[in-house]
Design a protein around this ligand. Structure first.
Ligand SMILES: [Zn+2]
Length: 414
């Protein structure tokens, strides 16, 4: 038995070190190695989940950051940390130098949406085929997925990549204000970027939505609502009119949604309000939609209900989309081919969330090719019953290792 195991290991490392493509018969053996890794993967997830790292919680972020730095160094990475100002916590970058030419970035966030005390109240828990805990899927399971994929690559003594860079950021859940710049800078130097948000089925994501804010402001004129209403210009009434006119700014065919969600007006019931404002949440995948929505909104808003009011519209750009692009689709095809080798199917999907993959994607540039939801399969994100599917751990570890192996080789096509 022992002999057999070591001869498999020798065969694996020989093949990984050679330039040959990822051999069909080695895939099930790599999956077995990934299965053997599951126990220590779960120990890492438990360690991460049991420390609260809600965005902005400096102490917890610092503790987990120190842990991640140690883990990366232990795997042989050169590690640098920089403060993610204006957010609390550090951006952690680990770099491995290989002997090949293809550069990879593996990235995910280590902050969660949960307040202090959550981990103590409901710590990591295994239950049947699932594991529970705050941030277990989003995205601590992804952090562990990166660490243990690196472990597997190291076990095979694989270093045919050019550089392999890891980024852990502490502020994704509030929009990545302190990490978006470093994501874009690092991404620019890569051939491939994998982001480890969790999918809710066994899938990889080739497109994500961008997020914008649309702001509608109305200025009117105040007056006594009882004795001289006609002397006022009711900003709230004009706002209501505008919101009804502007309710169809979305475009279902392009996947663009614009929903008015915040409304403010008025101080007292007996005063005609002199100002009113509303905000809409915009999601989009087509890059031209930002300009289109603003232009349409301004054209439509010119038709006013109340003369003498002043209406202004502006749009604030948030997280950009990972727009539908050939590089991501090609990567998904390679992932599918590699998954078939272990008798499984993986779906390429587009999703309505916005993620950090949008900052990594360079519109109009062939590089890097970006693939999202490379993390562990899970659900209940941002909720008390968040969980991961244990059965997805080994196949998804296999996927990262197999992709890096295959894409580092001369023969990239599946
Ligand atoms: Zn996330």
């Amino acid at each position: 038995m022992l002999m057999r195991r070591s001869s498999i290991a020798a065969a694996l490392s020989f093949s990984f070190l050679s330039c040959s493509a990822f051999a069909t018969d080695l895939a099930p053996q790599l999956l077995k190695k990934a299965e053997a890794e599951q126990k220590s993967y779960l120990a890492t997830v438990k360690e991460l989940v049991d420390i609260d790292t809600g965005t902005g919680q400096a102490l917890g972020l610092k503790t987990v950051s120190a842990m991640l730095v140690e883990r990366l160094k232990g795997l042989g990475a050169e590690v640098t940390t920089t403060p993610a100002t204006p957010s609390a916590g550090d951006n952690i970058v680990g770099t491995f130098k290989g002997t090949g030419s293809k550069n990879f970035l593996l990235m995910v966030h280590y902050d969660t949406v949960f307040g202090p005390g959550t981990a103590a109240k409901r710590p990591f828990k295994l239950d049947g085929e699932r594991a529970y805990g705050p941030g277990v899927a989003d995205a601590k399971g992804g952090v562990a997925m990166i660490l243990h994929s690196l472990q597997l690559l190291q076990d095979q003594k694989f270093n045919d990549f050019g550089t392999l860079t890891v980024l852990f950021n502490p502020d994704e859940e509030t929009g990545s204000a302190g990490s978006k710049k470093i994501i874009a800078e690092l991404a620019r130097q890569q051939d491939y970027v994998f982001s480890y948000e969790p999918p809710d089925t066994d899938a990889v994501t080739v497109a994500t939505n961008g997020i914008n804010g649309v702001f509608l402001d109305v200025k009117g004129k105040s007056s006594h609502a009882g004795s001289a209403p006609e002397a006022g210009r009711n900003a709230a009434m004009e706002l209501a009119h505008q919101m009804l006119q502007l309710k169809d700014l979305g475009d279902p065919a392009k996947g663009t949604t614009v929903n008015w969600t915040l409304v403010k007006s008025g101080e007292k019931r007996n005063i005609i309000p002199s100002s009113a404002s509303a905000e809409a949440d915009m999601r989009y995948a087509d890059l031209s939609e930002t300009d289109r929505v603003l232009a349409d909104a301004q054209r439509i808003a010119a038709k006013k209900l109340i003369d003498g009011t002043e209406v202004t519209l502006r749009l604030e750009k948030g997280r950009p989309p990972l727009a539908k692009n050939p590089g991501s689709e090609e990567l998904a095809k390679v992932a599918q081919a590699l998954y078939r080798k272990i008798g499984r199917n993986i779906e390429p999907i587009a999703m309505r969330f916005g993620t950090d993959a949008g900052y990594a994607y360079m519109p109009g540039s062939a590089k890097p090719a970006v693939l999202e939801t490379m993390g562990v399969v899970g659900a209940g994100l941002h909720a008390d019953d968040e969980y991961i599917e244990l059965s997805s751990i080994a196949p998804r570890l296999y996927l990262t290792v197999a992709l890096i192996t295959r894409l580092s080789g001369a023969d990239v096509a599946p």
